[in-house]
Design a protein around this ligand. Structure first.
Ligand code: BG6
Length: 486
């Protein structure tokens, strides 16, 4: 098992976009909150030849870009910079890796966390080099960014490369959704309350919808995104993780093995959607020009500057073939350039078995919606009497019990996902990280859909930016008597 709290964090890809936007600002946040281990040193590494001073200036810039001036605490920033050093290295160049190794050895006073935030094709070579330098033994662990591959075979190759050097219990695969407050609150809601569990199954739930809608386009990441698409970029990881947490059996404890053992069972129970099923059970789309939030935006291929068959939207009707969920559709949907940002899990309960009211009184089924983004709220829809004398029989209306987490916890600040993930990885707690078998099971399921699309020559249907995807996504769900929540 991973040992004690790391006292050295080595970030590979420290000049990259993720580091600038998320990682360095999160380290600042932890520093400011007094949560970084006291002795922690941070070594940035990238191909660029930066000395410590230039790197610190770069870190300060990155932090200032994300934390506005009135909120920035100069003393905390200075304390963070004090911990920082930089060493240029190129994983393909043995000499530079040797120099990096010497620097790591000089800074090391205890456990080390390596954070690989480079293109995944470098994971194997970096791990090999660390292994060869004797810097990957006990007391070291490695944190990996997505994407872990673009299909099962490439994911296995990456995982094998890492596993040659690091045992699985020292590997921390990031899915940043697991670091989000709202996602952890889903776990709290399910397993901190007794009232949901008896209802949380196919006898009482009719359908589940998991939506991750974004208003952004591909944001200058076209070259990466075009080789990926919504299926690989979002569904294989974030949506399937949300599905696992929604559908899993109660783990015995909130600890890495117990939680991940339950998640993998869900992934392995997912019904395969292959060549014969993709037409009916999946829809892919690609945005064309349109308007989002009152602003005219170009289409995907215009942003990209070339033609493309990559999907920016996907909707799937999935099933989990086990006792708990038999027959319950899980509608998964994610897309870019949707009308509004919305990440939510929506569970619709079954209708009452018999209505005692006048046939004119429509009884809508109960629904529980767990909204994760942009705001965190939990909403339970119930039927209630509409006030009045109702001489022709009771009139009913649907009302919402609505819990706004921001209001409820107004004093508590919402911490960015990477603060949580860094703290856990530094301390060696893998509960909110993805285990190898989960990544590979998710790829296995996703690969079958991608293969079905290829075999049936399915190309994404166009949808105007600012809409909820192609009309066929609506048709897919309506064929089963359901409708998307909007
Ligand atoms: C990333 C994807 O993993 O998640 C991006 O690569 C996407 O394409 C992002 O925009 C969404 O994350 P969040 O935290 O903004 O919901």
């Amino acid at each position: 098992m991973p040992g004690t709290t790391a006292s050295l964090l080595v970030i590979f890809g420290a000049s990259g976009d993720l580091a600038q936007r998320m990682l360095l600002p999160s380290l600042y946040g932890l520093q400011h909150a007094g949560l970084l281990p006291e002795r922690l040193r941070i070594l940035g590494t990238a191909r660029s030849e930066l000395d410590d001073t230039a790197f610190r200036a770069n870190v300060a810039d990155a932090v200032r870009k994300q934390v506005s001036a009135p909120d920035l605490d100069e003393a905390s920033l200075a304390a963070l910079l004090d911990r920082m050093a930089h060493q240029a290295a190129d994983s393909g160049n043995a000499d530079s890796m040797r120099v990096l190794g010497e620097r790591i050895a000089a800074l090391r006073t205890g456990d080390v966390l390596y954070h690989l935030s480079t293109a995944p094709r470098f994971y194997g070579p970096i791990c090999d080099a660390l292994g060869a330098l004797g810097l990957a033994g006990e007391g070291t662990r490695v944190m990996l960014e997505k994407p872990i591959g673009h299909d099962l075979a490439s994911a296995r190759a990456i995982n094998d490369g890492v596993a040659r050097v690091f045992d699985e219990d020292r590997v921390f695969r990031v899915d940043h959704y697991l670091g989000k407050e709202g996602v952890q609150n889903l776990i709290a809601l399910r397993f901190g309350n007794a009232m949901f569990e008896p209802l949380w199954n196919a006898r009482h739930i009719q359908q589940v919808q998991i939506t991750v809608a974004e208003t952004v386009g591909v944001e200058g990441r076209g070259d990466y995104y075009d080789t990926s698409g919504a299926m690989r970029d979002m569904l294989q990881n974030h949506l399937l993780q949300l599905l696992c947490l929604t559908a899993m059996e109660p783990p015995a404890r909130f600890e890495p093995t117990a939680v991940r053992n339950e998640k993998i069972k869900v992934l392995r129970s997912m019904r395969r959607i292959g060549r014969a099923e993709v037409q009916a059970e999946t829809v892919s789309g690609q945005y064309t020009s349109g308007a989002v939030g009152g602003r005219v935006v170009p289409g995907y291929t215009e942003e990209l500057g070339r033609d493309s068959r990559t999907e920016t939207f996907v909707a799937i009707r999935a099933h989990i073939d086990n006792w708990r969920w038999s027959g319950v559709p899980f509608y998964l949907r994610t897309g870019k350039r949707m009308p509004r940002r919305s990440t939510e899990i929506h569970l619709q309960f079954r209708s009452v078995p018999h209505s005692i009211f006048d046939p004119s009184a429509r009884i809508s089924p109960n629904a529980l919606t767990i909204r994760l983004q942009p705001e965190e709220r939990i909403e339970l829809r119930l039927m209630s009497k509409t006030p009045g004398l109702d001489r022709a029989g009771l009139r009913l209306s649907q009302v919402a019990l609505d819990l706004d987490m921001h209001e409820e916890f107004a004093a508590a600040s919402r911490r960015p996902a990477y603060e949580r993930l860094y703290l856990d990885a530094l301390e060696g707690n893998g509960t909110l990280f993805v285990r190898r078998d989960e990544t590979e099971a998710a790829w296995d399921w996703v690969d079958a859909v991608l293969d079905g699309w290829r075999a049936n020559d399915i190309t994404p249907r166009p949808y105007p930016a600012g809409t909820w995807g192609p009309a066929s996504a609506v048709a897919m769900i309506e064929r089963h008597g359901h409708s998307w929540r909007e």
